[in-house]
Ligand binder design. Structure first.
Ligand SMILES: [Zn+2]
Length: 256
């Protein structure tokens, strides 16, 4: 069933190629060029824009019930990190908050004790690919895509004894080959709708300003583990949430 659906999805993307060849064959080069540009633009939009659903479904916010209760979900990408993850865990425990950690398989293998500490503290662990090829994830072919997603899934399952149920692609990029491994492994793709670009922005005040701009009930907040200001930002985020009467929570609506 999954394979049939994936084949259908791929065929949809092969149709324009057939049309292109047809237009060239009947001597309509301008129409062929226009079709090529339109399909290329659509492909770029679908792969590089995280919010795009061209290559499969994903969630970017919590469900309506959680939003109505003023809940948000705090998530960290790119861990585990031997320095900052333990500090984040300590900060989260002090605030009695459960967050989400989208872990990179290769890093998890290097720091298994930290992965187990995250799981033991009751946080959600998600799959964030095996080696995090952020610059070329959008261009991976089926074999490499499977290795990235299934490899990380196997790593995290071995380390925690539980298979992750959520996947977040590196840099939020996708392509036509993401859906098949997700369906085979029972993974749901989860992105975000609130971020402050903390992976590139060095000034935590700027990050917080950007975060506050889209902080609202039901938000999924994207932060990054392993940055110099990861812990400082988390503390500042807690204060921002309190000012808005928002409550950090686990994503029950996504896990069901
Ligand atoms: Zn990442």
């Amino acid at each position: 069933m999954c394979r049939r659906r994936n084949r259908r999805r791929l065929c949809l993307w092969l149709l324009p190629a057939g049309g292109l060849l047809g237009l060239v064959a009947v001597g309509a080069p301008f129409a062929a060029a226009a079709l090529f540009l339109a399909v290329s633009a659509l492909f770029v939009y679908g792969t590089l824009r995280p919010a795009s659903r061209l290559f499969g479904p994903h969630d970017r916010e919590l469900g309506a019930a959680q939003a109505a209760r003023g809940e948000v979900w705090i998530t960290f990408d790119d861990g585990p990190d031997p320095v900052t993850t333990p500090l984040l865990l300590e900060c989260l425990a002090r605030h009695k908050v459960h967050a989400g950690f989208f872990l990179i398989g290769d890093k998890a293998r290097r720091h298994p004790e930290i992965v187990r500490a995250i799981a033991a503290a009751g946080h959600v662990i998600g799959n964030h690919s095996q080696s995090h090829p952020a610059g070329r994830f959008w261009s991976l072919l089926p074999g490499a895509m499977w290795w990235q997603i299934a490899g990380c899934q196997q790593t995290l399952t071995e380390l925690t004894g539980r298979a992750p149920r959520l996947f977040r692609p590196p840099a939020g990029h996708h392509n036509p080959f993401v859906a098949a491994p997700l369906e085979s492994l029972g993974l749901k793709m989860v992105l975000w709708n609130c971020r402050g670009f903390d992976a590139v922005q060095r000034d935590p005040r700027c990050v917080l300003r950007l975060l506050e701009f889209s902080l609202k009930p039901g938000a999924i907040v994207l932060l990054h583990d392993g940055r110099v200001h990861s812990v400082q930002l988390l503390e500042a985020l807690f204060m921002a949430l309190a000012r808005r009467s928002l409550r950090p929570a686990v994503p029950s609506s996504l896990m069901s």
